[in-house]
Write a protein that binds this ligand. Structure first.
Ligand code: PMP
Ligand code: GLU
Length: 407
């Protein structure tokens, strides 16, 4: 039945840059799931990392009000000043971090914030240590900047978290940046204060190395304390913190994210953005301001649901043989190790050599969309989103179990 949407062929008149770039595999899998659903197949889509909640009503109301008040013009490139001030207040309130509005740049999603930073810092040939398993877009962003991604894989025994010693051993004279997310997409691991303190000590010994801390899942944390790397004051100027509205406020479609950094880096990102997008949507920015002013109560309700669903899915997956699945501390994914199923033969005679093959098998056979670990630098794993209703999750786990039993 598949592939439905063939990948675009490398075409000689397109740039080498785009011909060698990989499409985001999370988005590609979601596209395949949608195409299958459009053919009438009952697909359960657990591929895309997206809250299944509506944006809270008070935020939608602020957007409607913004339209009525005439917020239809270009905004300042780094974002409205009152929004940047509210982001500074949020950093103060949640993270005990002092930033001024000239250190904040608002963008069309955290994804653009990350790209702005990578493109503003990395020179061709410079190395970027990407703590792995990593979020799908980090590697391609580094390649876009003609940097050299250096994946550094954390061990399963340490919840896939890279240790400070492992990081220090990977730093070379060409290292410019390290990138990570905590809570982590795809593993759900959360760095503790102690672990980040040790990483901060490594960075303090290498003042030429910057760190990009992706904290977009900050609110979706089941262990309690969220620690920002920038809180370690001796390295604060080396850290760029990225955050946004997509996850904590269920605002994926609004495309709104932000970064905080030393003023030179913030200005560089503003310059980049001035040539590429001119900044984030005016109405989304007014909605974002209301979101922050409303605090995090609405997030807390969603987090309780994600927590419950995590436990539900972990319990259901325990019934599947040979599927070691660490317990995520945050975000809304589970990341089982599927090694035991690789190399096995599907009923149609195809050998499932890689987790990509396995994800395609589950899509075709179980009609459950997941994302292969290859997208995240962990080819032995499979990412399953838990941002779906209990009924869907129960049905999906049942189907996965049934399909894997056929191998
Ligand atoms: N970082 C991580 C780790 C993510 O999972 C996502 C979600 N796609 C993003 C960044 C980008 O988020 P946004 O929707 O704000 O662009
Ligand atoms: N963060 C989501 C994910 O990891 C959204 C997809 C994307 O932006 O690539 O699935």
């Amino acid at each position: 039945m598949l592939p439905i949407v063939p990948p675009p062929a490398a075409t000689s008149f397109l740039s080498e840059r785009i011909n060698t770039m990989q499409e985001s595999q999370t988005i590609a899998m979601a596209k395949k799931a949608r195409a299958l659903a459009a053919q009438g197949v009952d697909v359960i889509n657990l591929s895309f990392g997206e809250p299944d909640f509506q944006t809270p009503q008070y935020i939608k109301d602020a957007a409607k009000q913004a339209l009525d008040e005439g917020y239809t013009f270009y905004t300042p490139v780094p974002g409205y000043l009152d929004l940047r001030q509210a982001i500074c207040d949020k950093f103060q309130r949640d993270n005990k971090l002092d930033y001024q509005p000239n250190q904040i740049v608002v963008s069309t999603g955290a994804k653009q914030s990350l790209a702005n930073v990578v493109l503003s810092l990395v020179n061709p040939g410079e190395e970027v240590i990407v703590l792995a398993p990593y979020w799908v877009s980090y590697e391609e962003m580094v390649k876009l900047a003609e940097g050299v991604p250096v994946p550094l894989v954390g061990r399963l025994e340490n919840d896939y978290k890279v240790t400070a010693a492992e990081l220090e051993a990977a730093i070379t004279p060409r290292t410019k940046l390290i990138m990570y997310s905590s809570p982590c997409n795809p593993t759900g691991s959360v760095f503790s204060r102690e672990e980040l303190g040790e990483i901060a000590a490594v960075l303090a010994r290498h003042p030429q190395v910057f760190a990009l801390a992706d904290e977009i899942y900050e609110y979706i944390n089941f262990v309690g304390e969220h620690v920002s790397l920038a809180q370690f004051s001796e390295i604060k100027d080396q850290v760029i913190t990225v955050n946004g509205f997509s996850k904590g406020y269920a605002m994926t479609g609004w495309r709104l994210g932000y970064l905080a950094a030393r003023p030179e880096i913030a200005s560089a990102c503003e310059k980049m953005q001035s040539q590429v997008t001119s900044g984030a949507c005016s109405i989304a920015q007014r909605a974002g301001l209301a979101a922050l002013q409303g605090g995090r109560d609405s997030a807390d309700e969603m987090v309780a649901a994600y927590h419950r669903r995590r436990d539900l899915v972990l319990d259901l997956l325990k019934e599947v043989p040979n599927l070691p699945t660490p317990t995520p501390s945050g975000a809304f994914y589970v990341f089982p190790d599927v090694s035991a199923y690789l190399g096995r033969t599907a009923p149609d005679g195809l050998t499932l050599a890689t987790s990509d093959d396995l994800a395609m098998f589950l899509l075709n056979d179980a009609h459950v969309a997941t994302v292969a670990g290859t997208a995240f630098g962990a080819p032995q794993c499979l990412r399953i989103s838990t941002a779906a209703s209990d009924e869907k999750l129960i049905e999906a786990c049942e189907r996965i179990k049934g399909s894997l039993a056929k191998l």
